[in-house]
Design a protein around this ligand. Sequence first.
Ligand code: MSP
Length: 506
Amino acid sequence: MKPTFYVTTPIYYVNDVPHIGHAYTTVAGDVLARYKRLMGYDVYFLTGSDEHGQKVEKAATTAGETPLELADRVVKRFQALWERLGISHNDFIRTTQERHKNGVSSIFKKILDKGDIYLGEYEDWYCTPCETFWTETQLIEGRCPDCNRQVEKLKEESYFFRMSKYQDQLMAHIEANPDFIQPKSKRNEIISFIKEGLRDLSVSRTTFTWGIPVPGNDRHIIYVWFDALTNYITALGYPDESGNYGKYWPVDVHLIGKDILRFHSVYWPTFLMAAGLPLPKKVFAHGWWTVEGQKMSKSLQNVVEPNMLIDKYGVDAVRYFILREVPFGMDGDFSHTALVQRINSDLANDIGNLLSRSTAMAVKYFGGTLPAIGELTEIDQALKQKTVDMIEVVDKFIDELAFSKALQAIWEVISAGNKYIDDTAPWTLAKDPANSGRLATVMYCLLESQRITHTILSAFLPATSTKALASLGWNGAVTREGLAWGGLTAGTTITKTEALFPRIEE
Ligand code: MSP
């Protein structure tokens, strides 16, 4: 049986349209999912939409729609973007689906019956955009400490989750599992937060109606974060613990942005503890993108729209840039200059040129049919070794979610390929028919190295990889076995490609 791998993205709020920040997590999840599939895992990759809560209710009112009409409309934009970006999710969960609502009611009831959710009264400051309650002391100059917007005083009867009860157990878990929260700096922040003491958490609201009612008391709507976080198991069929839940839970990694780490590494694990369910294996928080040095915001009108980037530069250029430019886990800046620079140097020059030069030579010197090869010399062995060694390095970096380093390691092989051409000078060999055996060997090493490179790159740049492998005459499966040296055989037909990535002149 194949080992399983379960990876999730956050479910996106439908009161906003998709932007580069959403695309970032989703592309990262996709690379991981594709990579693990390539490596022979049975992968479940989940994304979806967060459709309940006051924020969505308010946005719908403003737009003159019902919340569901709004959700139906915006969800299509997310789904269309994921399609264009080549996202290979296995499932898309919407929190308005029956399967989700059932699962949420069920886990809520389980914790309620156990006594870890109880009815009490709440009075505190509430930030609607963040859907978060704050105490007086947490406010900064009377405003929300997260988004700096106005907060309102709310007093209401509320159900509370006994989060305080799980403080020690959570801390012990974090200490016993150093990789549970990543990156390390973020882990430390969460540890300090827990050390300040966990308070019981309000998990219901009576001030609006757009959500899932508390089982047995439908004056109360379940808190939107309790509702949303549960998507990770309702998508697997929970409360049915056989089937996908039994197969894929606990999740291998929740990919999220740093702003929602507390929900994922404190609230969610304690909910699961109360329900007696296993905890996620890993929660990884990535950084935030600024745009040309500024915070991305609607009011600044600088929101980067992924569709526009895809139209202009192509899907794989966008996928490449966001994962290569900034180490995963750090904040980064999006700029058009940096994007064009990456396209022209890494994509057009390095990888694109390498393939077009090599395939052009194979066509010119051998009519596109790969001849039988001779012994590998030292320089050939070196290229082969570099290619083969890269696979392990990439594997290690992917496990650390160091996408940028994984790409760097792949690009070292591409540079080595370009240098190999210069060093072996096939055009000189071609001048003398006596060298045709040597020329065949050189062409083989060059093409085989790229076949392996493009096989592993199928996780990152799926469309490009398909094109490149076709031009290399590879019609075998794109699998882990295909990463072994020696896949291409004599007689394979090589065709010349048009440029994988045209240069951008600006
Ligand atoms: N609905 C919640 C998540 C619930 S998960 C159980 C939510 N949705 S969101 O649509 O507001 O944000 C989703 C993700 O987008 C978050 O992980 C957030 O970090 C990410 N980003 C939003 N803006 C971003 C940037 N400027 N840069 C990088 N990621 C950003 O939160």
